[in-house]
Design a protein around this ligand. Sequence first.
Ligand code: NAP
Ligand code: GDD
Length: 349
Amino acid sequence: MLGKKAFITGITGQDGALLAQFLLEKGYEVHGLRLYSASTDTQRLDIFSDNGNFHLHYGDLTDGGNLRRLIETIAPDEIYNLGAQSHVGVSFEVPEATAQINALGTLRLLEAIRDTDIRFYQASSSEMFGSAPAPQDESTPFAPCSPYATAKLYAYWLVRNYRDSYGLHASNGVLFNHESALRGEEFVTRKISLAVAAMALGQQESLSIGNLDARRDWGHARDYVEGMWRMLQQDTPDDFVLATGKAHSVRDFINAAFACAGTSLTWQGQGLDEKGIDRKTGRVLVQVDPQFFRPNEVHELLGDASKASAKLGWKPRISFGQLVEEMVSADIGALQGGQSYEQILLAAE
Ligand code: NAP
Ligand code: GDD
């Protein structure tokens, strides 16, 4: 494996940090795209700052010239396109920016490599299945329900088009939800784990949440970044679903997270009036707030990853229970001032 170079867009995000760690451990030289921002936050990557094989470059998926120049300079063997406006709810607020980054950003990268033999991974999403009935696999027709999913679908088809038209080694990973202690705080799992940790330490009164009935196939991001790499090691490019094959509701995730902190909840009421109540004290710990509802909702995502299992030898190793436990205990550690992203990554080495 020695001597390979990877270029990762979205390296400052959850998957970017975990994939960088995975590839560095395999002996790769890792190059990442970071956005310029006046309040730049690269704390997930602090652990790599002294690693001579790790390099960050300023850039943006909305800047085609920048991407082309970087790819020419770095000359990577593999590109992992993880950069995105990745929040489904926010995509209803910023649909045009979401399309610029998620859809046209992918086009810019594919144009930059269409005459090369650079291998390309596209972070496609189970969100593209939208309202298609569960379980979903590679043959399920897509039915996107958000600007995010629609933009991702454009990128998905581009990857297939460039593969067929120019012989590119370009693959789509159609990944179901995957989480970790590095997850962005706006996503439901991390919002819950942070709130439970804060409540366990007496720093927060309650949690306000949106749709409790939405069901997701939640896996651990560490398992999923390995699947991305496996896709690019295949002789022929292809598209793969990565999923655990088990779905849980948002309510299930909340119950499991509170249980990790020693609290048992009972649920009362319905719809907007539903509340999660501490069985011991009778206090209301969870309430529904319509500000977290979306204009359109994906009710159930549940994946069938049989193809990845058969062709990539990929299987998720970390269970739902372990994932929730890891997230809650990492957040308790962080709020107590003892656990940083650096320590979370170090602990996994
Ligand atoms: P994330 O934590 O939100 O990371 C997104 C990354 O994209 C961040 O590094 C962000 O930079 C970067 N980015 C945003 N706008 C950009 C732009 N204009 N140009 C270049 N980079 C930009 O997401 P994630 O959970 O790691 O997910 C990684 C990828 O997989 C995303 O494409 C996501 O849509 C897709 N995906 C995720 C899941 C999941 O469950 N996690 C499932 C399926 C697909 P900043 O840090 O500077 O904002
Ligand atoms: N974020 C959020 N915040 N979601 C909430 C909340 C809340 O307060 N309350 C309920 N939900 C519900 C959402 O409506 C959704 O049905 C579910 O919880 C999961 O929401 P997110 O964690 O934001 O994830 P997502 O499923 O919309 O999108 C994630 O997974 C996709 C793959 O299926 C993101 O990582 C996407 O980038 C990814 O493609």
